[in-house]
Design a protein around this ligand. Structure first.
Ligand code: ZN
Length: 244
């Protein structure tokens, strides 16, 4: 039997808060879901450990999702760390560049990720590529823009002669809304206490901090508490808590 359209997805899954919310979204929406991650020499390499933990915890706590969750693929992308000089791949302080972009910007990173994800999706016969890029809270990263995603969808579909959809569930929502979405996805999963369970899983096991810090536990999870990624995560959690 032929697979119905848009029932299979590949999720760009880093082990962070956003991509975990995207994975939950995909597991609720699609019949078969696989995940892809990249090792590009990131300073916060601990996220590569945490992504495996998050996958295992999701399987344990959400049986209906476990049945849909297929293979995880980790690709070696060391070449990205070799061509880029940024604070994500080198031991330099976070700062704003003259271009107005933070030096955490790794030029071409998402473009490369999407291209490799599409190549894998082609081989695995997966139709939708889900990614947690977001324009709302974004740090000005041009490769997170909606227009960039639409251009990539067109380029990949034409270049591989296969219709890909790039699904970006977080594009127009802020971090507080991402927490709300996480809670409702957990509830919709049908697991007992699923909303709170998914929130707890994200808080405890996902990794966001650029410095790879996991010794300090805050209300919003682990991290140094001061890098731009921690600041965004902490603010979003506070706004979410204040609104409920
Ligand atoms: Zn941090």
């Amino acid at each position: 039997m032929q697979t119905p359209p848009h029932s299979t997805a590949l999720v760009l899954f880093s082990g962070g808060q956003d991509s975990t919310a995207c994975l939950a979204y995909a597991l609720q929406k699609f019949a078969r879901v696989e995940t892809i991650g990249f090792d590009y020499g990131q300073r916060h390499r601990v996220e590569l450990t945490q992504r495996v933990v998050v996958l295992a915890e999701l399987r344990k706590a959400f049986p209906t999702w476990a049945a849909r969750l297929g293979e995880d693929h980790l690709l070696d992308l060391a070449v990205l760390g070799k061509v880029s000089e940024t604070s994500l791949t080198r031991d330099v302080a976070f700062q704003m560049e003259q271009s107005g972009l933070p030096n955490t910007f790794v030029p071409g990173r998402n473009l490369l990720f999407l291209t490799l994800a599409a190549a894998l999706a082609y081989r695995r016969d997966l139709q939708v590529i889900v990614t947690g890029v977001c324009e709302t809270d974004f740090s000005g990263y041009p490769d997170c823009r909606d227009d960039t995603m639409k251009a990539m969808q067109l380029a990949l579909s034409l270049g591989m002669d296969k219709r890909f959809l790039i699904d970006t569930p977080l594009m127009w929502i802020d971090k507080a809304a991402t927490w709300r979405m996480t809670h409702s996805l957990g509830t919709d999963s049908g697991a007992a206490g699923g909303g709170q369970k998914l929130l707890d899983l994200v808080l405890e096991h996902t990794h966001t901090c650029y410095l790879g810090e996991r010794t300090q536990r805050h209300a919003w999870g682990y991290g140094c508490g001061t890098c731009p990624a921690c600041a965004l995560r902490a603010r979003g959690w506070q706004q979410y808590i204040d609104a409920i």
